[in-house]
Design a protein. Structure first.
Length: 134
């Protein structure tokens, strides 16, 4: 969970850098921030899916495992959507960096990227932290 959290926080930081780069109309930082955010989301997906596969939880045997899979599955879908949107924004930033419509694509992708990070933090609190408190 720690490695996935670091990956998500890295994605959020890169997304913040992306929004600042769009505001300043800085093309090179926008492209690098997009690439870092995409990479961080891909690392998060790899870590969390591998973690689920290697866990002893069986959704067919436990309601708790089904809930965990539902929460993780939703997070995976949001993260995949964010990565696709960020990739489209990166493609736009590379092909026509001065087009203002590309800035809108990047800012919309940043909202989904932030949501994916917050979603993971909620899943982290629900699945990993709360059961240890109770």
């Amino acid at each position: 969970a720690l490695a996935a959290t670091v990956a998500v926080l890295t994605a959020a930081a890169a997304t913040r850098s992306l929004t600042r780069a769009v505001d300043r109309r800085a093309d090179a930082p926008r492209r690098s921030s997009l690439a870092i955010a995409i990479l961080a989301h891909a690392i998060f997906l790899t870590i969390s899916i591998w973690s689920w596969i290697s866990s002893p939880l069986d959704p067919s045997q436990s309601a708790y495992a089904s809930g965990v899979l539902g929460l993780l599955g939703f997070g995976w879908l949001v993260t995949i959507g964010a990565a696709i949107m960020l990739a489209l924004a990166l493609l736009w930033a590379v092909r026509s960096p001065s087009d203002p419509r590309g800035h809108g694509v990047a800012l919309n992708a940043s909202l989904v990227s932030y949501y994916a990070a917050v979603n993971w933090l909620v899943v982290l609190a629900t699945v990993y932290l709360w059961p240890r408190v109770v």
